[in-house]
Ligand binder design. Structure first.
Ligand SMILES: [Mg+2]
Length: 196
């Protein structure tokens, strides 16, 4: 049960996501939550830095971006349409239906996409249940709608457990040495070869 609440990666914000690595790993589309993942839950329009980031994601990296949000269709449409983004709303996360609709409607396999989200009990649980890898984004603002507050309380328990188990590791966007990017096994082999 708990495992389905664990994201694969953790970032402080979407701007810390290593888009180059996603590309290398065969990702074709980014599915994303809206409220408190891309913008604060009470912000109607995309700020300039988000517009610039989406432009880079679309045009430089060629990722399709699909918003999968539990908010009402009207809120999501008003946000997504001016940006030319696809959207599924209301998605009813953590139920699989919204995720599955995004995949079938736009023609992607679960392994070709990643999901960005700030909530364990909707975003992470739902995406994991349909086999989509999740990058957890820290909520843009600390305040939440009423429904979310209870989930946040429960989330604290899960985060505590993830920290205890060493699962929680925040990834910062840094330019790494090529050797650091290697898988530990590969790195060990390289070191072994150098010794011989
Ligand atoms: Mg959210």
């Amino acid at each position: 049960m708990f495992k389905r609440l664990y994201p694969k990666h953790f970032v402080a914000s979407i701007y810390d996501i290593d888009l180059e690595a996603l590309k290398r790993n065969g990702v074709k589309a980014i599915l994303t939550d809206l409220d408190n993942t891309l913008v604060a839950w009470n912000i109607a329009d995309a700020p300039d830095d988000l517009v610039a980031w989406l432009d880079m994601v679309n045009n430089q990296y060629g990722f399709d971006v699909i918003i999968v949000s539990n908010n009402n269709g009207d809120r999501v449409r008003k946000f997504a349409e001016p940006l030319g983004l696809h959207y599924i709303a209301p998605a009813r996360k953590p139920l699989p239906i919204g995720f599955k609709r995004a995949l079938t409607q736009f023609g992607y396999h679960a392994k070709e996409v990643v999901f960005l989200g700030d909530q364990l009990f909707t975003d992470v649980l739902g995406a994991n249940s349909v086999g989509i890898e999740v990058i957890h984004v820290q909520p843009v603002v600390k305040t939440d709608g009423v429904v979310t507050r209870f989930n946040r309380m429960m989330e604290r328990l899960v985060f505590h457990r993830m920290k205890q188990k060493g699962i929680y590791k925040l990834t910062k966007k840094v330019v790494e040495e090529p050797s650091v990017l290697k898988h530990p096994t590969e790195l060990r082999q390289t070191l072994q070869q150098e010794k011989e």
